[in-house]
Write a protein that binds this ligand. Structure first.
Ligand code: TUI
Length: 315
């Protein structure tokens, strides 16, 4: 399976499955587990200072001899130093999020890294392919955390039609059906974040995972639209306060103050009431915590039956 898959060939991986590079919880533990299981594990740099990221990369190199990636969050105050660490450490795959990484592409390509930006629009996908991106991740608004406006269903085929590099579909995918659907839309691979939050290897606080287990289809809300960086999170005391303040026209500085440190509060302190529990719309379907290897193998092994089911509906 996947011998001729463009992404597997480009990155030298067994399965065309990326782990979304999530801030605070996309650590070396999770990334190395995903890479060891045949997918592409990705360390989420988030707002991490550069020296901490270097340690995380070195840990990951110690735990896997397979390709892995780093996701650079372009809104980070440390983005320049983070990029330098990624260059120094010759990270095999660099994904980016929450912005336009165009200025960094030439240096990353020069050291042989594969550059795969997350895009939320056709325009940015085209621009970055012109800059030399090796592939793009088309991420729909179903995702958790920082999001764009367009759904995966609408975004993926439009990006596929617009660029001549492989496209990875992301947003709302957590099982074999989602993978088959992304492939039907023209994607060559998938990226999943939420499904991997609910793995044994993910270091998210047990309260975080418990809160996701309780989530239903309509449990997420989007905060921060008035700030220009919308984020999908599970509804809680913090989001009720935040959304009320946004509706009342609160000043950006006041809202930013409420948000600072809130992700860490949820992921590490386990405060799911006053912290940001970032997760995608698929969370209602995440009803178990499994080892990374089982997550990946269940999805891959389930694909043939999903494809047969599609064929039978067409007869
Ligand atoms: O980056 C993500 N998801 C994230 S990042 C994050 S941590 C964070 N911390 C503080 C503030 C905001 C976030 C939590 N979740 N996903 C990738 C992604 N990128 N989704 C959407 C985009 C995106 C949106 C607009 C990429 C580019 C873009 O346009 C930029 C431009 O200049 O056109």
């Amino acid at each position: 399976m996947f011998e001729n898959n463009a992404i597997c060939k480009l990155l030298n991986i067994k399965y065309p499955i990326f782990q979304g590079g999530m801030a605070w919880i996309g650590t070396a533990e999770l990334a190395s587990a995903v890479s060891n299981a045949g997918g592409l594990g990705i360390i989420g740099a988030g707002n991490m200072p550069a020296d901490l990221l270097r340690k995380e990369i070195q840990k990951c190199k110690g735990w896997t001899d397979k390709p892995f990636g780093v996701n650079v969050m372009l809104l980070s105050p440390f983005v320049k130093d983070v990029m330098q660490v990624v260059l120094d450490e010759k990270v095999p795959v660099v994904t980016t999020g929450a912005g336009n990484p165009g200025e960094y592409v030439p240096d990353l390509k020069a050291i042989g890294s594969k550059v795969i930006p997350v895009v939320a629009s056709v325009a940015l996908a085209k621009r970055l392919v012109r800059c030399g991106a090796d592939a793009v991740i088309a991420e729909g608004t179903e995702s958790g955390g920082h999001i764009g406006e367009i759904t995966t269903m609408a975004l993926v085929p439009q990006v596929v039609d617009a660029v001549d590099v492989p496209v990875i579909g992301a947003g709302g995918i957590a099982d074999s059906r989602g993978m088959a659907a992304a492939f039907a839309l023209g994607a060559q691979a998938i990226q999943m974040g939420s499904r991997f939050v609910m793995s044994e290897e993910c270091i998210a606080h047990p309260n975080y995972k418990e809160y996701v287990l309780k989530a239903k289809d309509r449990s997420t809300v989007v905060t921060g639209r008035t700030l220009g960086h919308p984020a999908r999170v599970l509804q809680n005391q913090l989001t009720r306060k935040f959304l009320k303040m946004e509706a009342e026209g609160a000043a950006p500085e006041e809202l930013e103050k409420l948000g600072v440190g809130s992700l860490h509060k949820a992921t590490h302190e386990g405060d799911v009431h006053n912290g940001s529990v970032m997760i995608g719309e698929i969370s209602g379907m995440l009803n178990d915590i499994k080892p990374v290897k089982t997550i990946i193998e269940d999805i891959v092994n389930g694909l043939p039956d999903v494809i047969k089911g599609i064929e039978s509906k067409c007869q």
